[in-house]
Design a protein around this ligand. Structure first.
Ligand code: FAD
Length: 274
């Protein structure tokens, strides 16, 4: 059975907290290897991530990994967060640069995620299993695809144990990326990030911001469904489960689901996979 993990975001009010509790309880039935919780840039959700991770560990008995983005943070702030996560029982961290809203905030003391990975290793040795991000369709701010790959390798050389990709809908982009990373000497597991499709307009907005490509045929098919949410969900589950099957058959070591705190879209994909 291919290992799976689920990603959540930190809820900010009681309604969202109740929703995450329901989602975590339902997805736990799929026996995830771990779950993770995102971290907002600029520190706005700094405490929410810690509280959410603690809740996922204490109330749901899940192995929960906080995301930690370094942009805008000082070494002391990051060191304090790492201590807090260690005390909470975390053994896994997703280490990122993050994004500062343009024109806002101080860039902080870490420039790139590789600096954060090196810092975590220097401060905590092998205590944390460190995951980093990588981009089969190239990070939008990279000079070019090859430079982006080299920067990914730098994160592994700094001590990352594994990587989770940005989501994509083109399996070939993933396979080529993995081949190129291996050719550069990167040996850690590269786990595809999977974005189930629930709300297509929202997905289009996300994809423009993060540089993930929605294949033209898929966009046109979705557009043809207009407001027919059931058909959109149905097609989305078919497309994403086929993608997952291809990835697993082609050697993907695990699957990491971006849930947006919803259980149903991820479960629709997993049901079809089984
Ligand atoms: P880096 O690896 O530092 O790379 C950022 C850019 O700089 C890339 O273009 C890279 O090519 C370039 N670069 C790296 N090193 C150098 C160098 N030495 N010289 C020149 N250029 C360089 N964001 C959040 O805010 N919170 C989250 O919780 C979060 N979770 C995520 C989880 C996953 C799995 C993924 C894929 C992304 C996540 N993001 C999150 C988004 C991420 O923060 C952004 O994509 C961000 O723009 C880049 O982060 P990074 O860690 O990949 O940065």
């Amino acid at each position: 059975m291919t290992p799976i993990s689920f990603e959540f975001y930190p809820p900010k009010n009681d309604e969202q907290r109740a929703q995450l509790d329901r989602t975590a309880a339902r997805l736990k039935a799929w026996a995830p290897e771990y779950v993770s919780c995102t971290f907002g840039a600029g520190g706005s959700t700094l405490s929410y991530t810690g509280d959410t991770v603690r809740g996922l560990i204490d109330r749901h008995g899940l192995d929960a990994a906080p995301h930690l983005s370094c942009v805008g943070g000082t070494r002391d702030e990051i060191a304090a967060l790492l201590e807090r996560y260690r005390e909470a029982g975390c053994r896994r961290i997703v280490a990122l640069r993050g994004d500062l809203p343009s024109g806002m905030g101080h860039p902080g003391e870490f420039r790139y995620a590789a600096d954060l990975v090196a810092f975590i290793r220097a401060e905590h040795g092998d205590h944390f299993h460190i995951e980093v991000a990588c981009y089969p369709e190239t990070h939008p701010q990279a000079e070019d695809a090859l430079a982006d790959l080299r920067h990914f390798r730098a994160k592994v050389e700094a001590g990352a144990d594994g990587a989770i990709t940005q989501y994509f809908y083109n399996a070939d982009a993933y396979f080529r990326f993995v081949d190129e990373a291996r050719a550069l000497g990167v040996e850690v597991p590269i786990v595809p990030g999977i974005m189930p499709i629930a709300n297509f307009n929202q997905l289009r907005r996300f994809s423009e911001a993060c540089g993930a490509e929605i294949p033209r045929w898929l966009g046109r098919r979705m557009a043809a469904y207009g407001d027919d949410a059931d058909s959109i969900r149905e097609l989305g589950a078919d497309v994403v489960s086929s993608l997952c099957r291809r990835l697993v058959d082609g050697g993907a070591p695990a699957l990491h689901f971006y849930t947006l705190n919803l259980a149903r879209p991820a479960m629709a994909v997993l049901d079809r996979l089984n």
